[in-house]
Write a new protein. Structure first.
Length: 557
């Protein structure tokens, strides 16, 4: 039978619709991120998996962290979720796709977004392996699982899985926020924000985006006063090293730090120190005009207390500084000294007592650049009894067990706990290339974990567990500089495990807690019977002892 042109045309339309439907571009899961998200962590799962490919990860299990969750219902719910999603073959998730963790500070909510590869497998795994009491709803475009006693919900469609949690014990609010995310249009997602979208194009193993204004209470900085906009962090996990690039964006270009070209080598402090014993240092070069403005970012209570104690106004104090500051900390020293004390015998005769004591001396040196000498300020502190003037330029802080000395030179105020540091050798004694390189930046810092762990004063303040974890750490360095309205910088954390990826090292050092031991009922009964027998024996011994005492009393009478 001859087919009509209409039939051919209809068949062609059906084929075209089917073809284009199968070629339809999937929606990226980052377009489900709510626009009001305060912070977002993006995990590049494929990059991380490639770096961990040749690592032994058999001992890296998230289940080890479950006992840290105090609420039993929440702990069991988390255990069921991990059980349902950790099987790569049957979870229905694309575990190599990027995943996202976000928080909404104002709403007191958080969420995790994962890529779905097979919605049927995912639905089966969730419904079969989650045993904690819950309600399951079939919504218009997604499925929703809400736990009865836990403020936690799981929602999924053909593209994305959302694990949504809240600090509020309100299931209605949780369901509403879950629905908001799953029905979110691309135009109202965080990807609509250019700054976040641009960050997604950067190369890194993990990314963090945070809106500064939402974290004012955490940082104690008023972002509105200082036009803070947002923060970017880029994580790079290498063998034996973690690199972290950061960018603090301001709404306007307000230069706070000195330009690298304006830095003058601050050699004076390094003429006084042997940096082979250096534990840490902090170097800070700021624009003098911006210092007062930076101080006003913080709570002014501290400066009000300073004003009451010294009568010195903020403006007067900061105008005397020239924008340079360096703090160096060397290993503390420990000496055994003979200490003589006196006691009195029963006849009130004075007796000399000698004993040896370990005296620990911190070794700190702080150099603060001053445009004009702070002599009047130091004399004021001496007049009210906080300082004691020992030499024309030297002062000592009163009331401490170890000396804190101050010395005012023409362009610097030195504060130290070691008198030897107040003597300038006249030539630079530093030999550290790393320290010299870091000093080229307006802000830089360094910490040697090995020397810190060996430090006598620090060693006696930490527990054995902390000391054990410090053995994996070698040192950390940091620098920062400013370009227009962005302060950029880098952290580098070096580990002693040079041939192991830093991600594995970090995961192994995460706190874990052993779950409570479950006692078998039969063993418990046997243990109680044994305790009962011991109690009977103790009672019998006590009775016999009482009778013997009574007999002795009768004999004495």
């Amino acid at each position: 039978m001859k087919r009509s042109p209409v039939t051919y045309f209809s068949s062609l339309c059906i084929l075209l619709v089917t073809f284009f439907s199968s070629c339809k571009e999937e929606r990226p899961i980052n377009t489900y991120l709510p626009e009001d998200a305060s912070a977002v962590m993006a995990l590049r799962s494929q990059d991380l998996a490639a770096k961990m490919l040749f690592e032994n990860t058999s001992d890296l299990k998230l289940q080890k962290l479950l006992p840290l969750i105090k609420e039993k219902e929440t702990q069991q719910a988390a255990k069921d979720i991990l059980k349902a999603l950790s099987d790569p073959m049957n979870s229905g998730l694309n575990l190599l796709a990027d995943s996202y963790i976000y928080t909404r500070v104002q709403a007191q909510e958080w969420g995790i977004l994962l890529k779905v590869s097979n919605v049927e497998k995912l639905s089966k795994s969730l419904t079969e392996k989650i045993t904690v009491p819950h309600d399951l709803y079939l919504k218009e475009n997604y499925k929703l699982l809400v736990f009865e006693k836990v403020p936690l919900a799981i929602a999924w469609n053909e593209e994305v899985l959302l694990i949504n949690g809240t600090e509020k014990k309100n299931h209605a609010s949780l369901e509403n926020s879950t629905n908001e995310v799953l029905t979110l249009s691309v135009e109202k997602s965080l990807m609509h924000l250019p700054q976040f979208a641009q960050l997604q194009q950067r190369e890194a193993d993990a990314l963090l985006f945070a809106k500064s204004a939402d974290f004012d209470t955490l940082t104690q900085i008023d972002s509105k006063k200082h036009d803070l906009a947002y923060l970017n962090l880029l994580f790079h996990f290498e063998e034996g090293q973690l690199k972290l690039d950061f960018e603090q964006h301001f709404k306007e270009a307000k230069p706070l730090l000195k330009a690298k070209t304006d830095l003058s080598p601050n050699l004076d402090i390094w003429n006084r120190l042997d940096d082979t014993q250096l534990v840490s240092f902090f170097n800070f070069h700021y624009r003098k005009e911006a210092l007062l403005e930076m101080a006003q970012m913080y709570d002014s209570t501290y400066f009000q207390q300073l004003n009451k104690a010294t009568g010195l106004e903020q403006e007067t104090f900061f105008s005397a500084l020239n924008g340079n500051m360096t703090l160096a900390c060397l290993q503390s020293t420990e000496e055994t000294k003979e200490v003589v004390s006196y006691e009195y015998d029963d006849d009130f005769n004075k007796i000399e007592v000698k004993e040896t004591q370990k005296i620990r001396q911190p070794n700190l040196l702080l150099e603060i650049g001053t445009g004009t000498p702070l002599t009047n300020f130091l004399n004021t502190l001496a007049d009210i009894g906080l300082l004691k003037k020992s030499q024309p330029k030297n002062y000592q802080l009163q009331g401490l067990n170890f000396p804190v000395l101050l010395q005012q030179n023409e362009a610097s105020l030195f504060i130290s706990s070691n008198p030897a540091f107040l003597e300038d050798s006249g030539e630079q004694t530093s030999s550290s290339d790393q320290m010299k390189e870091l000093s080229k930046y307006p802000v830089s810092a360094f910490l040697n974990f090995k020397k810190l762990a060996e430090d006598p004063m620090f060693r006696r303040t930490i527990d054995q567990q902390t000391s054990k974890k410090l053995k994996n750490l070698e040192d950390i360095s940091f620098y920062a500089f400013q370009e227009e309205n962005i302060i950029k910088g880098k952290f580098e954390l070096n580990f002693t495990t040079k041939e192991e990826n830093s991600l594995k090292t970090i995961l192994q050092s995460l706190p874990s807690s052993q779950p409570e031991e479950i006692v078998d009922p039969v063993d418990a009964v046997e243990e109680m019977e044994a305790v009962s027998k011991v109690a009977d024996a103790v009672e019998e011994v006590a009775t016999d002892a009482t009778e013997e005492v009574e007999e002795v009393i009768e004999v004495v009478e």
